[in-house]
Ligand binder design. Structure first.
Ligand code: FAD
Length: 518
């Protein structure tokens, strides 16, 4: 008797550069009818100019992942950026592999970016074979869980989703109540850092990516930023990522909370984890991050304040999952949002760091040299300036999407357009995240050595933030004045005498007319 087995002759499975999760169920057994494909393609390197460290780190992570798959016995077809048969697009290269292997179906993991979702939806027609989409098995929520949580609500505040996640997964809970009695200890997390406690040294495994950098340059790919080709510090393998995680949990996490909002001109990374790249390319799983951090705390609770542990857990199970849910609920319209109708070009020094404003120079220089700036620099320095100056969110997005090691659209655009530029009209942010020099001085050591005077609002030496702040609130009064969280700001604006207010606004106008020279 014959039995007809409906098994595909061959399957081609595509692994994207941000889908390098070694524990994915695809890889649990070696199947001889499966060929994995990884590809370095121009369609991914060229949609914005990326930081050279980002391109090198992703390619290195992909190549390391490929070696590991091959070591485990999987068949892998890899396209390097300079390979003669690399067509440069996902569909084009898949066609090459389908004809090489005579496979009759393709499988892909759910992508994280709208751009790729669109490509995947038409892939079957382009390739003339069935295309099956499976989960990437990385996130703690489905694409729609956030929108289901907020169904029918006008504002989608992260805090509400975060509490849902804490309860659902029983994290930092005592029965139905949050450990310690509060859900959120942010009020304890606003210290300026004055040199103490000392910041533990960066102990990242550095890798030599000079071969990759040569290939990228030979291919003529446009990149930004600098790189030390022999010493790339970003973890590109699961082992290196785990090593960084363990180091963070033991040495840095105890101080994460109190100094989370601090900014320093000497210690660029302060008490941040530097895990975003590893998480976003999936060599590190968010549950692993949570379990290592909670275990470290439980093993030695006296070393860790609850504010640090809760604050960090919130970033991973709260913010990270939340922004992804917002992204999938609101794309592709989200990428067009421009609530304030801002259209000014981004000042040229965003691409060079050459400005006399200490806070911006430091944040941008560190971005260009390391492909990193921490959250408060992104939000309250570069983001806040772009918003006050009325820069076009398209230009702001291009910058953020290019310059950061961890920038992938699902997390970049929600943070940039939503949280930082409030271009979505306040879906994410309850008010614009802005500050004058008083804020920068409170949280950093920048103002003391700046060419501008933090105490002045007008005059050549006055810190530009001090007039731009008022100009922003003045010009958007119709959109913002009814926001209760801005009541004090508008009361203060109205308390200026007419003469004083006019002088501040005129000064801001002058600054706006010469942004490139600040
Ligand atoms: P830590 O401060 O140590 O935080 C731990 C982890 O929490 C991060 O690795 C990250 O995975 C997660 N996390 C923290 N805050 C957020 C947040 N707001 N949204 C999502 N996840 C968060 N993050 C990116 O991963 N990619 C981006 O492209 C990106 N663009 C941003 C743009 C702007 C304008 C702003 C204000 C923030 C952006 N963020 C982005 C969020 C945040 O700044 C980075 O995740 C963080 O700075 C990465 O450094 P870290 O790993 O040392 O983070």
């Amino acid at each position: 008797m014959f039995m007809i087995v409906d098994k595909p002759v061959g399957i081609v499975r595509l692994v994207l550069g941000d889908q390098l999760y070694p524990q994915h169920s695809w890889f649990t057994t070696v199947e001889d009818n499966v060929t994995y494909v990884l590809m370095e393609v121009r369609s991914e390197t060229d949609y914005v100019p990326h930081h050279i460290q980002k391109v090198a780190a992703i390619f290195h992570a992909m190549r390391s992942f490929t070696s590991e798959l091959q070591r485990c016995g999987h068949r892998v077809r890899y396209f390097r950026i300079g390979d003669g048969d690399n067509v440069g697009t996902i569909a084009g290269n898949l066609k090459v592999v389908l004809s090489e292997t005579e496979a009759d179906s393709v499988e892909v993991q759910e992508p994280d970016e709208w751009r790729l979702d669109v490509v995947f939806r038409t892939l079957s027609d382009q390739l003339n074979v069935p295309v099956r989409i499976v989960s990437s098995e990385h996130f703690l929520t489905t694409r729609t869980e956030v929108s289901e949580h907020f169904a029918g609500r006008r504002q989608w505040r992260m805090e509400s989703f975060y509490r849902y996640m804490r309860q659902k997964h029983n994290i930092l809970m005592e029965g139905d109540l949050p450990v310690g009695g509060e859900w959120n200890y942010d009020a304890d997390n606003r210290k300026k850092w004055k040199g103490n406690p000392p910041v533990p040294p960066l102990t990242m495994l550095s890798v030599d990516v000079s071969e990759i950098v040569n290939e990228v340059r030979s291919a003529g790919i446009l990149t930004v930023g600098e790189i030390d080709e022999k010493n790339l510090i970003w973890p590109t393998t699961p082992e290196a990522a785990e090593q960084r995680l363990q180091y963070f949990a033991t040495n840095i996490l105890p101080f994460f909370g109190p100094y989370q909002d601090a900014i320093s001109s000497t210690e660029r990374t302060l008490f941040h984890s530097l895990l975003s790249f590893a998480l976003n390319v999936k060599i590190l799983h968010p549950w692993k991050v949570i379990s290592v951090c909670l275990d470290a705390w439980k093993a030695d609770p006296d070393r860790y304040s609850l504010a640090s542990v809760e604050g960090f857990v919130r970033q991973i199970i709260g913010w990270r999952e939340y922004v992804r849910g917002v992204y999938w609920a609101h794309m592709p319209e989200y990428a067009e949002k421009n609530f304030f109708n801002h259209h000014r070009p981004l000042p040229v020094w965003y691409w060079t760091g050459q400005t006399n404003m200490n806070c911006l120079r430091t944040a941008i220089t560190s971005t260009l040299t390391t492909a990193y700036a921490h959250h408060i620099q992104r939000l309250m320095v570069t983001g806040a300036f772009a918003l006050m100056a009325g820069c076009d969110p398209d230009e702001v997005d291009t910058w953020y999407l290019g310059v950061y090691i961890d920038a992938f659209e699902w997390v970049e655009i929600t943070n940039t357009r939503g949280m930082s530029q409030m271009a979505d009209g306040g879906l994410l942010a309850s008010k614009p995240y802005l500050g004058t020099a008083t804020y920068i001085n409170k949280m950093s050591d920048h103002c003391g050595t700046c060419s501008y005077d933090r105490t002045k609002r007008i005059g050549d030496l006055a810190c530009p933030l001090n007039s731009l702040y008022w100009h922003f609130h003045h010009r958007h009064r119709d959109k913002l004045q009814r926001n209760v969280r801005l009541a004090m700001t508008y009361r203060q604006l109205d308390r200026f005498s007419n003469e004083e207010r006019t002088a501040i606004l005129d000064h801001a106008e002058r600054i706006l007319s010469k942004l490139d020279t600040l």
